[in-house]
Design a protein around this ligand. Sequence first.
Ligand SMILES: Cc1ncc(COP(=O)(O)O)c(C=O)c1O
Length: 464
Amino acid sequence: MTSLFHFKTTAGHRHNYPQVVCPNHAVIGGNRHVMTSKSTVNPSVLRLNKYGTPAIDSPKERVAWVVDTKSPSTGKFGRFGGKFVAETLISALEELEVVFHQVLQDPEFQEELTTALKDYVGRETPLYYAERLTAHYKAQNMGRGPDIYIKREDLAHLGAHKMNNALAQAIIAKRMGLTAVIAATGAGQHGIATAAACAKFGLSCTIFMGTADMEKQPSSVDLMNLLGAKVRPTAGSFKDATSDSIRDWTEKLGEVYYLAGTAVGPHPCPTMVREFQSVIGRETRRQAAEKWGGTPDAVVACVGSGSNALGIFHEFVRDPTVRLIGVEAAGFGLNTGKHAATLAAGEVGVYHGAMSYLLQDEEGQITCPHSVGVGMEYPGVAPELSFLKETGRMEFYSASDEEAVEAYRRVARLEGILPALEASHAFAYLEKLCPTMPDGAKIIISCSGRGEKDTETVFNYPIS
Ligand SMILES: Cc1ncc(COP(=O)(O)O)c(C=O)c1O
């Protein structure tokens, strides 16, 4: 089906990109608010650790960290990103970008967000040494192998990383004087997080959700209702819910706040989501330094559309020794057409207002993604991840439905942790990664959410 928000570009069109392995993230992403080597950070305010990032996540230090802001900007990551939207949306996006840059520099916003992340979300989330999972893989290789650590976003309030971003943007909505919020959800986790944040701040909340996803995740729908949100069914899945929510926003500009749940969509949405999720990576770096006095050798995250992956990767993009590994959904297999491996099998095009890799057919029509993890089913991917792929900074692999379900069961049995089926894709890749890593290497897995919502699917999934 042709989408309002989609067109295809010439596949394989080559551009010249700057080298990605660089100490200056602005070079790789063009993200002006990230500190550059020439940025104006005041060292008397900002206490940097030995890696050159803020030593703690205090509001004051965050403000100093983001002083290098400029807007409006193009929101491009190489050739990816941008804002390919109807003229009517441009001024709303520009206003959002201005407010975004203002709040980043506003100590009151930083204070409110930091306090809410701590007292409401329960941050920081632990970096947990998975002793039995580590032993499991070492046992297959004569006692040698990497040490596995899990970043426990499943322990964030309501069970997923989605809360970090929902909370921050709900504060922005409040500051903009908007009392109504709309959002789209796939697996339901972003919908639940947004509903909770709206309840906390007394905002009305409407969540668009695909009917197919509502059937697969009924407990998420109940939870959103209990949290006071109105769930608006959209025929189809997450991509259709996203289209409908953007349409609704376009009709109600100035009345509602569109709360983007992942790092896709028109600028500034991907950058905002990445910024508010990057608390995950900042904590991870600190915790790694505390636990073993260094950085990880590899960071592994599932890639649905990219928010948890960017949340943990972003902090390490400038460390060439840290491998950044994204794991997409191979569904029934990459050659079946029933998967959601956009980086592996997609082509470049424009969808939902931004340029990125997309799952599309030869005529440029969006194809339906499939994954056992509902939150992995999006035909696009974050423009920033598209850029990290193209520059070679990020590695990407895929795990099938079966491998993800097996990983869920393995982690449950060995660690007593139920990872969301989305996150289980990242755990599944350990099967291939561990035998290739040296003894004592440190792997960090992003456990982006908890898997109680998936128990029925896993329970009923046939064991081969
Ligand atoms: C727990 C969890 N992890 C991962 C994802 C995938 O999204 P993203 O790639 O934006 O992190 C979702 C999406 O709903 C999710 O609920």
